[in-house]
Ligand binder design. Sequence first.
Ligand code: ADP
Ligand code: ZN
Ligand code: ZN
Length: 731
Amino acid sequence: MFADVIVDISHSEADKIFEYSYSDCKVLAGSRVLVPFGSKTIEGIVIKTKKQCEFDEKKVKPILSVLEETPALTNETLALSEFIVKTCFVTRALSFRLFLPAEMRKGRVREQFVKYAVLDENINTDELLSSLKKNALKQRDLILFLQENGKTALSYLNENFGSAVKALTEKNALIITSEKRFRSPYKDLGGAANRVVLTDKQQQAIDFIEKSENLTTLLFGVTGSGKTEVYLDLIDKTLKKGKTAIMLVPEISLTPQMLKQLRARFGENAAIMHSGLSAGERYDEWWRLRTGEAKIAIGARSAIFAPVENLGLIVIDEEHDGSYTSESAPRYNTVDVAKFRSHYNGAKLVLGSATPSVESFLNAQNGEYGLFELPDRINKKPLPDIEIADMRKEVRRGNNTPFSSALKDELQKCLNKGNQAILFLNQRGYSKTVVCTECGHVQKCSSCDVSLTYHREDDSLLCHYCGAKYKMIKACTECGSPYIKYGGFGTEKIVADLKVLFPSARILRMDRDTTKNKEGHFKILNEFSSRNADILVGTQMIAKGHDFPFVTLVGILDADMSLHFSDFRSAERTFELITQVAGRSGRAGEAGKVVLQTYQPDNHVLRQAINYDYKGFFEREISIRKATAFPPFTEIIRVLVQSENDALALDTVKELYDEIGTIKRARENCFRFFGCMKAPLKKLQGKYRYQILMRIDNGNEDILEGIFRSVNAKNKGKINAYMEINPNNLT
Ligand code: ADP
Ligand code: ZN
Ligand code: ZN
């Protein structure tokens, strides 16, 4: 027998099918195998088995071994990987890596086995007991213990009964077994299922989704409208049909919270896919899903590749979220992958959001998706009132602190009542920049074209792009002046200032710095939801999804931050962010309040956001996108060229501009924009960056392929060149 194998080398030169022979019946399509390759032995994946060989049969080498008895890939994931290869322009080897836990490759993790002991059934315990010496008390205790408790972990017995274990083993009274153990993350997630009676609206949503002819439904429900219960009920129905489900959340910080609800309701059926898990845990959770022991995969973006079979439902919560687009190769779009899996399995796909992406809402309007709206909060709780604080006026009044007087007053009221507040600022660290007051020099990263952020906790300057850490300066590195000032503020400073303003308030901070380890997110969120803190200060990690019933005040400290990006999505992002953050307020009990601080109080996006006017926002935005030929009416293609050698990068981008220009001339009417320039971030991690930006009418895959081929040919030596389709981030 013969097998078509893709070897685990990501380079495009090895991106071919290699044939091997085998006689082992364990070789199946999807199996991971070890094969000889040149002078080496490497891992590969069997994509097909066959009787005939197309290559010279005598020269075909044999597969050396099969790595797992259960093929790691299924027919579906093999087909999906083909789809990734075609749509993301990556090698097959790279696409396979999406499906496998990293630690599976190169055998970096081993299965864990645990030894157990049990009394041998064939032994008469009474005889055994009476045969013991009088002083062999431990052995007697051990026998009695095992009689009562049955099979017990050997490590526990050794700890508690010491040498008695050995003594009884020598008497052949014990049977020792070794069993595979799954390392189970978040074991101590407690909590009983919070069973609610579904509202009529929720029930209607569920019926609508189940009966809809469309596989995909957009569930457009305001914040606090009870979307989660709809998801949970749909998952329940899916499991009862004997099928599996995938539940995606946008932030890793939201996975433990969702897992808690899923575990409470579905027990060990829920498995988590989370980059913060230990290698062993990740590996085991993956296998639990692959073997069908677990039936619900929960996680951020990458969980869309969960190895479940017989998929019945995919839920993408907060479907508008930018994190659903991968920013490194393979640059896939999660919704597209979900659609593939939904079609393959005939599974329902539910896209949930209070602020659907412009593209999804258009699809719903066009009838491509079903649309169901949950326009009210549970119990008709009003959406919180959003007050605009005009920071220009504050500055004129001499208030240079990060807090408007309105926000200070509201915070005081909130604390007096014993309620909780959330303050949102998408900037970690203490100050955004460090500036010399004499010469105006801004401290920058030596490998990136970005200013450094001061972190007071470790008194250092950090580059948020490459992670480089520098000592805090005592004097300006340009002119030597000791007069240094902080520009802008980050979450660290907000906390420091709050401690002065409200000395008795208990404050928590949640950002990338305070959540470095796996349990970090969970601990902070737990502290806050058990009301061990009054104020939670955080970055976009706290913006969405969380459900804290006692929060009655939300402060958005700098609503303009995302308006400044020169990205066509900046209006959409700003609208989303305000709606999402505001949505954390007043979800139960008392009515909520939001203070939104801005320097542009008349901006139309802010105006529409404070009125929760999604449809008004959508109408305006979609007409602008149409008039200016931006996505979803076109595709934005960006070609990025990077090199440590500036001149080489520039030459290469010019060559590419010429080559793509030839493609363009042949298909002039498909191109809406074509330009070559420095990237907004001119230098990153020591590499100079240039870009070619294009907007191309939808449905011209052949043009994209042509561009890809040109770009890929340049991607060698000192040049890093790649193509992005509708990138999420245009820095
Ligand atoms: P969303 O995801 O739409 O923002 P959630 O699903 O978090 O909203 O629900 C908001 C709150 O309402 C949660 O505290 C949830 O427990 C509660 N809730 C949801 N459905 C019901 C229901 N049918 N009856 C009572 N409370 C509910
Ligand atoms: Zn200076
Ligand atoms: Zn840097």
